[in-house]
Ligand binder design. Structure first.
Ligand SMILES: [Zn+2]
Length: 85
């Protein structure tokens, strides 16, 4: 079991569930940047929501086969996560 970091949305996840089955990460389709406030409560920046431009979707593509497995979308890829405890 490996721990991965999605380079599209920065999610950290394992690709194997506790029961041994495969976990297929899919990015949230929406990016939410929360509003920021100063210590007095004055809003500095507004909340922003927008469609994630590049989504990783690890579910099997319709034409995926056991001999030639293919996910729906690579997005920006993923890397092994070594930093998160
Ligand atoms: Zn993601």
């Amino acid at each position: 079991m490996s721990r991965w970091r999605c380079m599209s949305c920065q999610a950290i996840y394992h690709d194997t569930l506790p029961d041994g089955s495969r976990y297929a990460h899919t990015c949230s389709p929406e990016v939410v940047e929360h509003a920021t406030f100063d210590p007095g409560g004055k809003q500095l920046t507004p909340e922003r929501r927008y469609a994630r431009p590049i989504i990783r979707n690890e579910n099997w593509a319709a034409d995926s086969t056991e001999e030639n497995p293919r996910i729906i979308s690579e997005g920006k890829g993923r890397i092994v996560d070594l930093e998160t405890p």
